[in-house]
Design a protein around this ligand. Structure first.
Ligand code: SF4
Length: 62
């Protein structure tokens, strides 16, 4: 599974890296996923980060 942050939609609130820093980090004023494949044991955490994004900028792709 991959996590993709829509750079046009992200408002840089910082929620996703605080919920799941193993997958998301801030790069300048936007968040990015810093792993290509989200490891099995981090998928729940990554999904939780995505669901807490206030602007639904995070897409999970299998
Ligand atoms: S939670 Fe959403 S808006 Fe906030 S930094 Fe992450 S992707 Fe951007």
């Amino acid at each position: 599974m991959r996590a993709i942050v829509d750079q046009d939609t992200c408002i840089g609130c910082g929620v996703c890296p605080s919920v799941c820093p193993e997958v998301f980090k801030m790069e300048g004023e936007k968040a990015v996923a810093h792993v290509d494949e989200v490891p099995e044991d981090l998928q729940d955490s990554a999904r939780q980060a995505a669901s807490q994004c206030p602007v639904s900028a995070i897409r999970m792709e299998s």
